[in-house]
Write a protein that binds this ligand. Structure first.
Ligand code: NI
Length: 173
């Protein structure tokens, strides 16, 4: 088990574009994915992108079972997604609260496409694609944003809907 340090907002690496992965089934990739799952679990996150631990590669993971950070959230299957592509399936958008392990203790409202198709590769280099909506769609878009150096506060339209969890949701904490 190797829990890695998560870079925090302000670290320049979080604003850079990550590189495509070209070698699948490599021991280094397996070790990286394991560290990412360990790190995500330790921090009770819904997802994690490789650049958040300083690895500038296009790899994200996510998984939502019953998560104390998102008590009412829908579940999202445990997924390893490499070199992802995302396409909005229609014009519908949805505003929702987001948090990020690189911005601990804060939440903000972000508007994103509601229905998307995402595709990419698993750790063996096998291509897959899914059509999803709701929280699943939000998690994927949030994580993939990290690969392009985008943090969710950069997408907040009304900055008053960005703040500390303890102030926004005093009854939950
Ligand atoms: Ni994040």
């Amino acid at each position: 088990m190797a829990v890695r340090e998560i870079l925090k907002m302000g670290n320049p690496l979080l604003y850079q574009r990550s590189e495509e992965i070209t070698e699948f089934d490599a021991p280094e990739l397996r070790a990286l994915i394991k560290d990412m799952f360990d790190t995500m679990a330790e921090n009770e996150g819904a997802g994690l992108a490789a650049p958040q631990i300083g690895v500038m590669q296009r790899l994200v993971i996510f998984s939502v079972e019953s998560n104390p950070r998102y008590p009412d959230a829908e579940t999202v299957p445990r997924t390893i997604l490499i070199n992802p592509e995302i396409e909005a399936l229609d014009d519908e958008r949805e505003a929702g609260w987001e948090g990020c392990l690189s911005i601990p203790g804060m939440r903000g409202v972000v508007s994103r496409p509601s229905h998307i198709r995402y595709s990419g590769y698993n750790e063996h280099g096998e291509k897959f694609s899914r059509e999803v909506s709701g929280f699943h769609a939000r998690v994927v878009q949030h994580e993939c944003d990290h690969l392009d150096g985008v943090l969710y506060p950069m997408r907040i339209q009304d900055i008053r809907q960005f703040g500390y969890e303890t102030a926004l949701f005093p009854d939950e904490v």
